[in-house]
Design a protein around this ligand. Structure first.
Ligand code: FES
Length: 228
């Protein structure tokens, strides 16, 4: 298998044929707090590279239908290429530390009663440590990462796949949720740091392209859900 993503200039994401694509919905508890991911249907596998919408205007989401050309999509990449560990701020905790690079997709898994930052800081309590681990593991943008005192990051074991996020509580589509360490190359040929978790903008409005920066939340064209 050789999963990979290439950002095309002012166009879609080109994805290698081997890469699994499915629907992934935010699951909540009775208080509408994000608590888990609901795995939805999988799109049929492709024998050739396929293209995922980046401008947000496709009528065939999550796939590209060529509309980016008609709307003159400006897909300029502005994201910092520096490694996460260099960009992230460290919050010192009792048992573990928390890294935070503020690259957020507003999927809201980081506050299940105690915010991930506070749970990590007070991680001497095993219940807080377990909560912080869960909250960070579900942080699909990769914004939050726990680090042991010996410097080892605590990363969940995630499948190599792309999820078309459905933000069910808000009735809209979210970013593309990329897991399992799929490499990504920018339109200029420069590779981004390969990470276990990251979220790609597919509304076209992020100011941190190609990554999601939460702006899809206010996009009328992201209303509704994808289906297989
Ligand atoms: S999908 Fe989140 S900012 Fe575009």
């Amino acid at each position: 298998m050789s999963e990979s993503i290439k950002v095309l200039q002012d166009g879609p994401y080109q994805v290698s044929p081997d890469t699994r694509l499915n629907i992934q919905s935010i699951g909540t508890d009775e208080n509408k707090v994000s608590t888990h991911w609901d795995q939805g249907a999988e799109y049929p596998g492709k024998l050739t590279p396929y293209f995922l919408c980046r401008c947000g205007r496709s009528a065939s989401k999550p796939y590209c239908d060529g509309t980016h050309a008609a709307v003159k999509f400006d897909g300029k990449e502005t994201a910092d290429h520096a490694p996460y560990a260099q960009r992230a701020r460290r919050y010192e905790g009792e048992a573990v530390d928390l890294l935070d690079d503020e690259r957020c997709a507003q999927l809201r898994f980081c506050d299940r009663g105690i915010r991930a930052w506070d749970a990590a800081i007070q991680s001497g309590d095993p219940a807080n440590l377990a909560l912080a681990e869960q909250e960070c593991a579900d942080c699909s943008s990769g914004r939050l990462t726990l680090v042991r005192k010996d410097g080892t990051p605590i990363e969940p074991d995630l499948p190599k796949e792309i999820g078309a996020v459905q933000d069910v509580p808000r009735g809209l589509r979210g970013p593309l949720k990329v897991t399992g360490g799929i490499p990504m190359i920018g339109a200029d040929g420069r590779e981004y740091e390969t990470r276990n978790r990251y979220t790609l903008c597919r509304c076209g409005e992020s100011q941190d392209k190609p990554f999601c920066d939460t702006r899809h939340v206010n996009c009328p064209h992201m209303k509704g859900f994808d289906s297989v």
